[in-house]
Design a protein around this ligand. Sequence first.
Ligand code: 13P
Ligand code: SF4
Length: 349
Amino acid sequence: QLSHEELRERVQQVKERMGTRLFLPGHHYQKDEVIEFADARGDSLKLAQLSSNQSDAEAIVFCGVHFMAETADILTRADQKVYLPDLRAGCSMADMADLNQTEKAWEKLQEHFDDTILPLTYVNSTAAIKAFVGKHGGATVTSSNAEKMITWAFEQKERILFLPDQHLGRNTAYNLGVPLDQMAVWDPITEALLFEGSIEDIQVILWKGHCSVHENFTVDNVRKVREQHPDMKIIVHPECRREVVAISDDAGSTNHIIQTINQAPPGSSWAIGTEMNLVKRIIDEHKDKHIISLNPSMCPCLTMNRIDLPHLTWCLETVENGDPHNTIEVKSSIAIQAEKALNRMLIRA
Ligand code: 13P
Ligand code: SF4
């Protein structure tokens, strides 16, 4: 059993020996013990952009979750290999939409709405869902560009199907002026379209998926912060429920949250509703501001946390020794279609 310091030393040594042959991107939700070694930190958009135009590295060891590593594989050259330090680092939201369910939903929705729907998928989805969307003329979105991409989608078709996060879809469409009663929810389990207004008026069909981390922030959390800290500003990620976003002071992507706190004046106070590894890091980096989590008993994202220092060390050493295990390789028939959906976003992002 190696100590934390010995593991850090070994990671550092592989990085030094491999130099520019290795690239290590890290999502902001990664643990401190991992993110300290990242060559670049970013939210989903930045990591997708980096994958499409970053260095010539032959090995990309992705510190994030499975769908992010798949995206990196799709957007890099065939001779660049992508590895995920722990294959169990999935995303429960991405797993909420599978291809079979999506094809069935699409068929039923065509019966209701003919050819008036454009599919969009949050990048937090499997490569197979991105390929489905790409094949039907749609695009991916991230939380940083969702407004831009939904606006683009409405220039193409009358309606959108938004996969797999209902909250990001609802919050963004609402900000763009779509009334809540003109949004429906597709439940992939019961295969039912749930809506309150009239069916002809539906503009947005939201897949019934959610992030198990962000969905845990509640209206009660907001009320408690307002009671205990009346001067505190509340900023949340748009993966939070509509009712939480509605009563918060601000909502935006991971990048928006980081920028807002960076630009906030010393002495200001903030409650942040997003993933806990990031909130803790923001607290550490802004000692001149009073910052708390909107829900201090919240856990970090469990799957992001699968990438830890021992897995990172093992993965890097197997890659360096030419005996890699956790290669993420998207089948080319899927990658071709998925890349279309990603590129429709990347040229506009
Ligand atoms: P962003 O990085 O786009 O803010 O997404 C948040 C997230 O949940 C990543 O898994
Ligand atoms: Fe998935 Fe939510 Fe974790 Fe992001 S924070 S990886 S969306 S479960």
